[in-house]
Design a protein around this ligand. Structure first.
Ligand SMILES: Nc1nc2c(ncn2[C@@H]2O[C@H](COP(=O)(O)OP(=O)(O)O)[C@@H](O)[C@H]2O)c(=O)[nH]1
Ligand SMILES: [Mg+2]
Length: 412
């Protein structure tokens, strides 16, 4: 049996790897792209959802280490890498702000996991300084120390709004234990202090509506102690799930080149319509081209919807598959609004008015009015249909993202 890609005539599907080296992940990518090419958004998503987690083991997982400056992010990266500060290949650490831009550190002990050491995130005004776009990352580890701060709450909200997940790491727990020991020499119990700190972090995260908060208390000086081994174990057991999520989040960008190819194919069909609209504009009937062009626009838009899989039956099938109301998907479709199109066609009315003036006042053939109307009809029709096509491509990506948003909220 031939692979679905072989049956497609258009070269729109990008073969990401040579055939013999194709991994299960790239096969999932191809199947997804084929379904997008065929305008079957629902199939495209189902193809990926139906794959077992092992399918995604080759997906890179970009993990961002975020938190306030000095919280111990770079030291945490070093502990994860099994390196000491100052060793070759380690992240730079220090009392002053040492990390000024995002830097990647492949984590050798887990395949295709890349840790990203990010500049510290200050509260309020600082959130705009050195800010790195968090959308680029698949998973997050918020590193904090001492109290739970506004910046932690802000980060938790931002990450959850993207539909992504995070662990909360409370670094420098060795300092907390030492301070508690000094304060309370007799009857002191490490476990009780740790339990209190853990409960405090969990409560603060729950107050920020975090689902199933994952909190780890660590000392970057000693990766064998406290919750560090537990954290590695957890990351390892969540890994396939996280990679699958990362793959699902990359789907809209995987769809983009296929949609651009489809757009190029549709562009050819615009010219015939544009020439026809221009010709109709030349007819000496005031307002005729305006009405016909609007009819052409609506027809072209529904043709685009069908080609890209945004027509009502396709959207209903997609909405049913992802368990969302169809209105939620339609809400992100800017091309549905007719108002900007009507405004675009207003120059046509200049031609129509001129024709009326020529008819009523000068009682002669509306030559100038016809020319103005034909010219404006040609130009506005081109821009109108071109914009419609661009908007439909954008809408397809938006609908895909909306359909994938918040899927599989199973706690990690
Ligand atoms: N005692 C203790 N100090 C730490 C720990 N983690 C980091 N530090 C210190 O905290 C300071 C800031 O650490 P760094 O990793 O550069 O923080 P970053 O700005 O968040 O990257 C440095 O002086 C580190 O040595 C920890 O777990 N325990
Ligand atoms: Mg740093």
């Amino acid at each position: 049996m031939s692979h679905p890609v072989d049956r497609i005539e258009s070269p729109c599907v990008i073969l990401l790897e040579p055939k013999r080296e194709r991994t299960s992940r790239s096969m999932a990518m191809e199947e997804f792209q084929v379904a997008i090419h065929q305008g079957k958004l629902s199939d495209a998503i189902s193809v990926v959802q139906a794959k077992p987690a092992q399918y995604f083991s080759n997906t890179p997982l970009n993990v961002a280490i975020v938190g306030e400056p000095g919280s111990g992010k770079s030291s945490f990266v070093n502990s994860m890498l099994g390196k000491r500060s100052g060793e070759p290949g380690s992240a730079e650490t220090g009392i002053q702000a040492t990390t000024t831009k995002a830097k990647d550190y492949p984590l050798l002990m887990l395949p295709q996991v890349i840790l990203w050491d990010l500049p510290g995130r200050e509260e309020s005004y600082g959130s705009r300084v050195n800010q790195v776009d968090l959308n680029r990352f698949d998973f997050f580890i918020i590193v904090g120390y001492q109290r739970f701060r506004t910046v932690h709450a802000e980060l938790a909200h931002e990450i959850q709004a993207m539909g992504k997940r995070f662990y909360f790491v409370r670094a420098k727990t060795d300092l907390d234990l030492e301070a508690s020991r000094r304060r309370q020499a007799s009857g002191y119990d490490d476990q009780k202090v740790l339990q209190r700190i853990r409960e405090d972090c969990v409560t603060c995260l729950l107050n920020e509506n975090v689902i199933d908060p994952q909190v780890f208390l660590v000392s970057n000086w000693d990766p064998q102690s406290l919750d560090f081994p537990l954290l590695l174990q957890k990351l390892q057991s969540d890994l396939l799930w996280l990679k699958r999520q990362a793959f699902i989040f990359s789907l809209p960008s995987l769809a983009a080149p296929v949609l651009e190819n489809k757009k190029a194919a549709m562009k050819g069909k615009i010219w015939i319509k544009v020439l026809f609209c221009g010709f109709l504009g030349l007819l000496p009937v005031p307002g005729f081209s305006f009405i016909v062009a609007m009819f052409f626009f609506v027809k072209f838009r529904s043709q685009c919807y069908q080609v890209f899989g945004l027509d009502y039956p396709s959207l209903t099938a997609l909405a049913r598959d992802v368990g969302k109301p169809v209105t939620a998907l339609q809400a992100v479709m800017a091309s549905k609004s007719l108002m900007p199109i009507i405004l675009w066609r207003l120059p046509d009315l200049v031609g129509a008015t001129l024709m009326m003036v020529e008819y009523c006042l000068w009682k002669r053939f509306p030559f100038a009015g016809c020319l103005v109307s034909g010219g404006s009809s040609f130009l506005t029709s081109y821009y109108m249909l071109h914009r419609c096509l661009t908007a439909v491509v954008k809408d397809t990506l938006n609908v895909l993202s909306r359909a994938l948003e918040g899927r599989e909220r199973t706690p990690i």
